[in-house]
Design a protein. Sequence first.
Lengths: 430, 528
Amino acid sequence: MNAPAPALGCTNTPVLKERGQREVFCGLTGIIWLHRKMQDAFFLVVGSRTCAHLLQSAAGVMIFAEPRFGTAILEEKDLAGLADAQTELDREVDRLLSRRPDIRQLFLVGSCPSEVIKLDLHRAAERMSVKHAPHVRVLNYSGSGIETTFTQGEDACLASMVPTLGATAEKELLLVGALPDVVEDQAMALLAALGITKVRCLPARRSADALAIGPNTVFALLQPFLGDTHAALTRRGARHIPAPFPFGAEGTTLWLQAIATEFGVDPDLFAKVTAAPRARAEKAVAAATQTLSGKSIFFFPDSQLEIPLARFLTRECGMTAIEVGTPFLHRDLLGPDLALLAHGPTISEGQDVDKQLTRARAARADLTVCGLGLANPLEAEGMATKWAIELVFTPVHFYEQAGDLAALFARPLRRRALLAPLAPDMEAAE
Amino acid sequence: MKLTLWTYEGPPHVGAMRVATAMKGLHYVLHAPQGDTYADLLFTMIERRDHRPPVTYTTFQARDLGGDTATLFKSACQDAVDRFAPEAIIVGASCTAELIQDNPAGLAGSMNLGLPVIALDLPSYQRKEGFGTDETFLQIVRHLAQPCARTEQITANLIGPTALGFRHRDDITELTRLLSEMGIGLNVVAPMGARPSDIARLGAAHFNVLMYPEHAESAARWLETNFKQPYTKTVPIGVGATRDFLAEVSKITGLAPKTDTTRLRLPWWTRSVDSTYLTGKRVFIFGDGTHVAAAARIAREEMGFEVAGLGCFNREMARPIRALAKDYGVEALISDDYLEVEAAIAALQPEMILGTQMERHIGKRLGIPCAVISAPVHVQDFPARYSPQMGWEGANVIFDTWVHPLVMGLEEHLLHMFRDDFEFHDDAGASHHGGAHKPREAAAEAAPAAAEEAGSMPAEPASLDQAVPVVQPSGDIVWLSDAEAELKKIPFFVRGKARRNTETYAQTKGVTAISVETLYEAKAHYAR
């Protein structure tokens, strides 16, 4: 069974709050995975060449020949008021929708420049929704870097969808968060085996899969960064089922347990359904634990997954956390994870990257989790790193991926061990 | 407002970063929101740099906007100077900060930082990355270069190489060798590897070698005007261009164009009879103006290709590229719209593309082989081995690189002869391209950028003919079954072209049902 909760968790640990240069992506980055999840959606960023360049760089150059995202680049005449930006936007959207009749949902995504010039995308979305109804629904949210950090883009996107959901009085479970279909299907299968069949997912894969919520809806979050979506669902009367996030064997079990309790699932049935996949997960995690056990880890703030992952790595893989940085700390959502994370590590929120680098260098953890801009420079200083973005792009949730999740952290350490004979040359090349 | 799916160039401040990151002892304080820090990964991941780019971002947030972003900028400047102790700083704004009009130049200038402060004015909503590199380097040179006496030995500056450049690292080595064979020393290489104190002594060189006009032409002109330093106009990429370059250097310096061509292999490799199959291959060339102009000359004069079309994405080079196109009897495509380039390639149906990573993907879709000749770069454009584009070794590298994606001449015949053989069957693809992969379906591309992020190569295309279905009725034209069978006998790597040519021919002749006759009439019609 689960290890006991620590006598003293991190629930009341004072948080080191920092403000300074932040080395993080903006919320536009979420488009990279959201557009794959919502197969009939197009994400139109209203922004600058920088936005387009970010998306292209974050996606790797050109994975998709004609992707379902693009940037309407603001030009001098849009800013100088020579052109009515709203009219220009209408024209670009008309052109886009006529070329892509497969698009059923269009997201107008605000950026730093569009927010600064106060381009009203909400009004634009309403106008376009009327014009293109019923074929296309147009929504808007902000992925701007002055308002959102990396995964907050997904939160803003999902929150923008909540007001459009239909109403229902049925007792239903809503799973919230964009996961790869294969992982989502695993979750649905587990819930079905527990006898919970009225389950829907936000976001739905296609816009036709109509979702409805109401006072009898309960929802479980799949990702820890969905604070605004949580609030929007609560405003619609839905009720959150608090739980640790489904990472690792323990996290998955506790997450399922919370839902099972809500739906009054028989404990014997629960044990029967979860026993086999849980044992598989524990076995798979154990393989990576051989590498990870006794090692220390330092998290730079990135995806907001840091606290649940630190909980997983310390409790299931035998690691020691030195610092767990997160861009934002949603205590409402992360309470159960914080309680399980043993007291000890520094919990930091926000960032002053140079100060944090100084701390990371002093700590010289066995593994440092950081963004792509920092990973190679730290490797060159002899530190092992795991780049955080992979944690968002890779299927890591639930039992069947628990071993993969642990392996993501073990691989850099195993690789270093393999390459150790070349290490002197590497240092010399610096 | 303009809808953009993929861009050839980033914003101008990324150009400034390329210059700053190439240099040492220089720091860039950039007024920008947090999202703009993504640009660091271009350098640490694509180029695999082992240091962070020397850039401090102010990373202002929405809540700062009502308050004092100017103070934020000033404290970022002070912190950067204290922490990194640069010899000089450059200051500027990214697209968002440009809108809030904090005037980084004035703010930093008023701070008495005790070091040169170079202000950049890079209009984000008008210009792009190439302008950013050129303008930044010009401003650095204007602010830091001091009049000084010429060196005793004849020396040159190599100007233009930046971070994230296409093979800039190795071009420097090759040029250094070419110049040294003539007895010419190096004064300064800039921006790559130069410190602000090196920029100060640019004027000591007898002339400048302008390696990449995209990045340093303005600085070259400024040095010519102010320090009376001539600069070279020929970019030595290709055998002919390298010879012309040496002649130009000889004219400037009065030194004999001594050079050691024993290491040059391209001329013999292209004359060797195994290269006969290259004759008249129709190529489409696209990239930055400098590399396109060089590639066109190599393609026609040194490889024996036919240039079917050419163009560039940087408007700054529109005029010379248009003139060049006229010389080649084609219409230049000046565009940074990726879809327009794809349409042009699809219409021309070249046998090969010489392009950027963008065109490599277009080629994958259309089933046309592509060799990369120009930025924008990808991690695979930073090979571990020595791999210049300039000079004699550059010519050798170009020969190998361009020939590699093609199905080789002898293999072409073998494929034809043994097309039903189990090893040579259609789907086997070219033997030097590795095993046959299963065609990847669009819907299966779900896993987003994990591997791409790592900077690894995207999955290579499935078998070459993935985008070339055997017979796909287009419009009202129908293939009769005997014609279809005949089409299948044509090797896969030319089948797509045969099909399109036949359909186009049928269309112009008003034929709606394609027979074997039509197929061969079309073949004769298009014969060269």
